[in-house]
Every structure is written in structure tokens, then in C-alpha cells.
Write a new protein. Structure first.
Lengths: 332, 332
């Protein structure tokens, strides 16, 4: 691939494009969580971003740079739901048509929300049809621009603006993070945030967090090459079911991340419940894996400053209600 | 009563006492909500305060000023749950014993949380026993200090620090609010916030929000004297079931509030669901009435800047799950 990797200057340029459009989400601190983990824990609440996840950042940064003739022909994206909504919202605000290819098993709330934003939704069978092929065909038919979910320099730079805000907010508190744990599907958020965080804090240890069934980043960091997941699916974390790290994202994260954490679906459910009870936050499974890793995998944070991303909150009510009635399972 | 009413200087003094102890909660803005209501809406997220409601502010401001000999003998409070937890948490941090008188029908999550903070919980039958008498007896027996839930100058001043933070955050954005809607039980939060907001923004219209079954503030503002609710109870808003406005609080709010809004329990349920779906926030019924009033009672906010308090998030999981499966009922 000859595409140039984005750097922190691209992330700063993206932040200028997003100013006044994206939500500058708060970096939350909970005394209860600090006491429990023994350190200082800051949670980047991207659940409050437009459409309920960080994905709007990358989508806006990509779409707003399209030339006028490309805008008129619209955009196509494939996504299990959060990238879909991010692209649909950016397209709505810019007044251009969007077509989203979604798996039939995407949460109903995400399908409905994407349609409500004015996008056309085209469904496919996960594992039986190629979403890449469907999206590429639609884009060719319509002359539309395909907007990748993560493996794109401008998408990565857009997601990185979340990391830039984390760095600014911590610096304003006079703090430098010892570690940052970022939810990883294709690795766009991790790559972008790593660019911003490693620039601001050269000593920070950046980790990915993934579901155990899709721990491609964790294994790829160990082997040094992009490892593929055994199967698509296998976890309740619908937002994180990408088959393997992206080529561009991995070129960035492999050099900047220390390692990857993998958490079980039970740990994710317990984290959803804990976030409900103690933090008063609604997380979706994929948006909870970084906090789940802090709670269950990282060990003592005594004397340390940690950051975790809460990357999305678009959870079906039925699944959420089931998590509330489930036993606390070690997270209590 | 010869007690002197607090003024905004008392609120500022309380803010200095709370600095570094209470959470400086964010003032959240959601583009989706702005689009829906046609104005700019800011939500003060006191659900992120220690113990999940604003009550810690007043409790800390009261307890931290107790002289050493009074601290050793401990404190007594009566509360359906949020004041209980606020007092218990302040007592825990200050290392003094707390006894809380709670009704047997207080949400289990609030009883358990109060005990988990180290307080002794004494239960009473709502409507059949006098919590005031039980608490007064306990305080006399133990030489402990009774900490009122709202009708106390230092408690009012402490709650007012939430209003001070709202004023600071809006001023930093270069905005002045046209209206502010504050959840009211006994009126402590409303009184304190009105002191701060009316000082910073003399033109702001401050309103209370209450459940229809306990709309004592709304009726009291109309009649000009403290009106009593027909019965204790009658709403799912367990945090707002005070029998009537406080004497001190009403002396402050009667001069500073324009009127009161009352919302139905169905509107509250719909607001809990909307906050879950769109804002990714967990609200308890009593903590949702101000937002419910904005959504259902205030009318168009076209061109206006509005503030509402999200005063608490301590909701039983069963009730919350039931709200998620309920029909959207006009809020959709």
C-alpha cells in the first residue's frame, strides 16, 4: 500500500475541522472507581459523542474533505452499526446521500438509528456474503465514495482527536497518564489516540482492549504481524468483530502499543452492570472492554494514572436489561 | 424561625470547602437534544457526584463545619435514600459515625448503598411513624447532630455549589441562560442553585420541576405560601416525596423562582428511556423530572438557552429495566 500514514499533525488538523461540530466529550473521574482501583482513573466518555460513539469524528473528518463533485454523488460505508451512524450523521449535516451496508444481525437499535439519520440501509448476511464486495459494487454503480471504517488516514486522524482531548484535559490537571487502554476493533481509535497520546506523553503505555473471541490485536502485537480471528462473531461486542487489524492502523499501533488485553463476555456484562450502578453510564458491550480490562486484567493501579475509552453506548434495551438482572460475576 | 438565610457568599464559601472533595460534574450538551428542542440545552450531571446525587454537596458542607466534639458524637439524618448516602459518604470521609433513618419502602439499592458506606440504617414505616421523631430521639440519645435534608443554611449553600458550577461553565462558553429548571423535593437544590444563578444571571427564569402527585412547590408559588401535598407518596419519584417546601428554602425560592412545572410518572418513565437511548445516561425518576419538564412542559426553546439538573441516578435495576421495555409514550 502506498498510502501515507497520518501523524499527529493530521490529528491536529482534524481537530480544527471538528471544532464546533463534534461534541468535546468530558473526561470523567469517579472517586469510587479511584478508591476501588487504587489509582486515578479517567474515562473518555465518547458515548456522549454525536450518534453515541466516537465514529462521528473520523467520518466527519473524511467527508468534510470531499470535493464538491464527490459530495454530490454521496458516500457508501459498511458497518455493524456505529460507523454506519457516524457516516450517516456526517452526511446528514453536510447534506449528501449515504448508503450503509449492515449485517442482518446488527442490533436493531443501530439499524433504526442509521435509517432515522436519513441513510439508505442495505442488509447482508454476516459470514455468507462479502460486505466489501457489496459496498464496492454500490459505490461503483453510484459513483459514490467508499468510506472505510478504520483503514484510512483521515478516518484515523479523526478518531485521534479523542486522544488529543484526553491529552489536553490531563495536561490541564497537571497529570501525565501512566497507561491508556483503548477499545480496538479494526484499530482506528487506537491508532489515532496513540498518535496523540504518545506525542503528548512519550512515556505512556498504550494498550488495546478486545473481546477474547476477537483478540487479533493482542496476538498481532505478540507475533509482530497482523493475525486473523478464527471466526467472525463469537462475542456480544458487536462493535469489535473486525476480522483483523487494519494495514494502516497496525503500522501505527504495532510501534506505539505495549500489548493488548482480552476480556470475556461475562466481564463485559459485569462492566455494563457496574457502569449502570456506580457510574450512571450506559455502555454498549464493545464500548465497555477498555474499562473491563482496567477492572479485571490490568491489576493494581496503586499510585498510577490510567485512561480508558468508553467508545460507544448504543446497546439494545433487551441486552442491557439482561445484564442488569445478571449476577455481578466478580465485578461487584 | 430566627435562622439567617444563606446568600451567594455562603454558596461560594461552600464551594471552597468542597473543592477537591466533591466531583466537579460536567455540564453536558447534546446536539440531538438541541435539535429536538430547538434551543441550546445544558444538563448538569449530578448523577456523577459522589454517591450518585447532588446530596453529597450539602452534607459535606454541613459536616465539615462541625466542631471536633460534635464530630466524635456523630450525625443522624432521615432520608429516603440520596440524602442518606450523601451524609453517609461525608461521614465516612471525615471518619465520624452516621445513623440514617430510612423508610422501609426506600429503594433497596439506596438502603444497601447507605449501609455499604458504613452508616447504621434504622428503618421506619412511611406514613405510620414519624421519621422526625425517630431521628430526634436517636440524636438526643447519642448526643449526635441532626443533619436536615434541606431546611438548613449550610445544606442549602452546599447544594448551591452545583448552581455556581453551572454559572461558571456557561460564562466560560459566553452564554447566559434564559431559563433553568431544577428538580425540587424539599427545595434545597432549587434554593441553593437559585442563589447562585440569579446572582450570576439576574435575567434568568428559574423553575422547579416536580411529580404531579407532589407538586407542592408549583402550588406554593401560585398561592404565595407553603402548600402541603395531599399524601406522602403517589409517585415513582421516591427522591421527591417531601410533604411541603421547607421554611428556609421557600423563603429563598418564593422570591427567585418564576413558577413550577409538574410532570406525570409516565413522562418520567419516557424520560428515563430517552436518557438511556439518546443521552447514554442512567437517571432515577426523581432525577429526571427537570429534563421531563423541558421535554413535555416548557414548550419551544427556539433561540433560547436552557439548563436542567439531572439530580440523581440511583435507580433500582428492576424499575429501570421496566422503563426500557415500556412504550415510548409521547417522548419518542
Amino acid at each position: 500500500m502506498t498510502v501515507e500514514l497520518p501523524d499527529v499533525a493530521e490529528v491536529r488538523a482534524a481537530a480544527a475541522r471538528l471544532a464546533g461540530v463534534a461534541v468535546r466529550t468530558p473526561l470523567l473521574n469517579f472517586p469510587w472507581l479511584d478508591e476501588r482501583l487504587g489509582g486515578r482513573v479517567f474515562l473518555k466518555a465518547e458515548i456522549f459523542q454525536r450518534t453515541g460513539s466516537f465514529k462521528f469524528r473520523g467520518a466527519w473528518n473524511r467527508l468534510v474533505q470531499l470535493p464538491a463533485e464527490a459530495r454530490a454523488r454521496g458516500v457508501v460505508a459498511f458497518s455493524s452499526g456505529n460507523h454506519a451512524q457516524g457516516v450517516a450523521e456526517a452526511a446528514r449535516l453536510l447534506g449528501l446521500p449515504a448508503t450503509i451496508v449492515m449485517p442482518t444481525d446488527a442490533p436493531a437499535i443501530k439499524q433504526a438509528a442509521t435509517r432515522a439519520l436519513g441513510a439508505e440501509v442495505v442488509l447482508y448476511q454476516r459470514g455468507r456474503e462479502s460486505r466489501e464486495a457489496i459496498a464496492a459494487r454500490l459505490a461503483a454503480e453510484r459513483g459514490a465514495t467508499l468510506v472505510p471504517a478504520f483503514d484510512d488516514p483521515q478516518v484515523i486522524a479523526g478518531q485521534g482527536t479523542a486522544g488529543l482531548e484526553i491529552a489536553e484535559d490531563l495536561a490541564a490537571l497537571g497529570l501525565a497518564p501512566d497507561l491508556a487502554v483503548i477499545c480496538a476493533g479494526g484499530g482506528g481509535l487506537t491508532a489515532g489516540c496513540a498518535l496523540a497520546l504518545c506525542d503528548a506523553f512519550p512515556e505512556v503505555a498504550v494498550y488495546t482492549a478486545e473481546p477474547e473471541a476477537c483478540d487479533d490485536h493482542r496476538r498481532s502485537f505478540i507475533s509482530g504481524r497482523r493475525e486473523r480471528n478464527a471466526e467472525e462473531g463469537g462475542s456480544i461486542c458487536d462493535a469489535l468483530l473486525s476480522p483483523m487489524p487494519g494495514e494502516l492502523t497496525f503500522a501505527i499501533t504495532a510501534r506505539r502499543c505495549r500489548a493488548g488485553f482480552a476480556v470475556s463476555d461475562d466481564e463485559v456484562r459485569a462492566t455494563l452492570r457496574l457502569a449502570f450502578e456506580r457510574l450512571k453510564l450506559v455502555l454498549e458491550p464493545g464500548g465497555a472492554v477498555a474499562l473491563a480490562a482496567l477492572l479485571h486484567r490490568v491489576g493494581s493501579l496503586e499510585g498510577r494514572v490510567a485512561v480508558a475509552t468508553l467508545s460507544g453506548g448504543n446497546v439494545d434495551p433487551e441486552l442491557f436489561a439482561a445484564c442488569l438482572s445478571a449476577p455481578a460475576a466478580g465485578a461487584g
